[in-house]
Design a protein around this ligand. Structure first.
Ligand code: F3S
Length: 405
């Protein structure tokens, strides 16, 4: 990979050890993927910040880098962590303390301590065509597919290295030729709400691997539906970008999405939608003890909808209801009274964390109900929980009755 004089000086250690370490990572990555050069980025999003991903060794490494003067040089947001900084959810101190040290280490390097997977909902919205280095698969698929920014599916270390140097290797989705569709999906299923989009995304994710799917036939999905659809594709498969015809800026029509390539056509009807639901449901006992919503983190619209479903009702004894969001949305929800409605019903509007990246298994939960396709996909393996998957109404009813109907 060709380096400029400035980049060579970074690699030689003239700008200090952290920048040299970061440049070594980027050089190795660029060489592996055959990148010809490093390109400047406009923003970064660091992920893999949970104690589950970092471990104690990772925590010490972050602190060491911060002590040695590592500083981000582009606006850099932080992904979800494993604790709620605003309250005690009962997680053990041996989990909470190292997790907070990881958070503080990144903040010391100049990252915004946003602790959320949806930074694009507030202030950190990339623009069309911008090169960025974001980790967090659900955010990557959204920025590429809905906004048209250019982002590879970065891992935590490569996003950090890009944030500290301001560069990323130019390969993959940074290049026009790699952003064209591979398979056309004709959507005939009637989709209504994020759970339907999530189930269909899971079904396609499982079969598509890392290829780029093109969807024709969506009926004006909401932003949240696109977010959950992308999260499902990116968790069940390795998808970093999809085209939704008429929505993705690079896909005004089917032919443009494929850029002249030949493609196979697959229909997505009610049968495929049903199969997606089957994939995500692995519950055995109908009795649920945890209902968790908001993976990716809830928007204000979603928090209001959940508050409306809970208004005047009470969460069942023995059931915990977590609604995951970030400090920004939670602050607005408190101003507007939605948070109080959720809490009066016995639910908890959490900030900073999510089931997958925290450790609810340490609190003894066994059976989870959720509307989140990504959480439903990871919780059985990652948290050892059985899962029921369905829409918000069904999940809230489970929270109120303690039973998945
Ligand atoms: Fe976000 Fe955690 Fe889900 S990071 S996408 S809420 S697994």
């Amino acid at each position: 990979m060709r380096l400029t004089d400035q980049q060579k000086r970074m690699l030689d250690g003239e700008l200090g050890e952290p920048v040299q370490t970061a440049m070594e990572m980027l050089k190795a990555l660029g060489d592996i993927y055959g990148a010809e050069e490093l390109i400047p980025i406009k923003s970064a999003h660091c992920a893999g910040l949970s104690l589950k991903s970092h471990g104690i060794a990772g925590m010490e490494w972050v602190e060491d880098m911060a002590r040695k003067g590592a500083r981000v040089v582009v606006p850099t947001t932080m992904n979800v962590i494993g604790v709620d900084r605003s309250r005690d959810l009962g997680l053990p101190p041996e989990w909470v303390e190292p997790q907070l040290r990881i958070q503080r280490g990144y903040e010391a390097m100049g990252c915004y301590g946003t602790s959320s997977c949806v930074p694009y909902y507030y202030s950190f919205l990339p623009r069309f065509g911008e090169h960025i280095a974001w980790a967090e698969s659900s955010a990557v698929v959204f920025t590429n597919s809905v906004i048209g920014a250019r982002d590879n599916r970065e891992g935590g270390p490569s996003a950090w290295a890009a944030a500290v140097t301001g560069f990323t290797p130019c390969y993959g989705l940074h290049l026009d030729e790699n952003r064209k569709g591979d398979v056309l999906f004709k959507v005939t299923a009637k989709l209504n709400g994020i759970a339907d989009y999530g189930a269909l995304g899971n079904y396609v994710g499982k079969m598509i691997g890392e290829r780029i799917p093109v969807f024709d036939g969506f009926q004006a999905p909401s932003t949240e539906e696109l977010v959950y659809f992308g999260a499902a594709l990116a968790s069940a498969g390795g998808v970093a970008m999809f085209h939704a015809v008429g929505i993705t800026p690079e896909a005004p029509d089917v032919e443009t999405a494929f850029g002249g390539r030949k493609y196979e056509v697959i229909e997505l009807g009610e049968k495929e939608l049903e199969k997606g639901y089957e994939n995500l449901n692995c519950g055995k006992s109908r009795q649920v003890d945890l209902v968790a919503l908001g993976c990716p983190h809830c928007s204000l619209k979603q928090v209001r909808q959940i508050a409306q479903l809970l208004d005047g009702r009470k969460v069942h004894d023995g059931v915990t209801l977590w609604v995951h969001t970030n400090a920004a949305v939670k602050g607005m929800a408190q101003q507007l009274g939605y948070a109080q409605t959720i809490e009066a019903a016995g639910g908890v509007l959490t900030q900073d964390l999510c089931v997958v990246l925290s450790a609810p298994e340490l609190l003894g939960f066994k059976t989870l109900a959720t509307h989140s396709p990504k959480m439903a996909f990871y919780a059985p393996g990652g948290n050892g929980m059985d899962v029921w998957y369905g829409d918000e109404k069904r999940c809230i009813n489970a929270a109120i009755t303690g039973i998945w109907e």
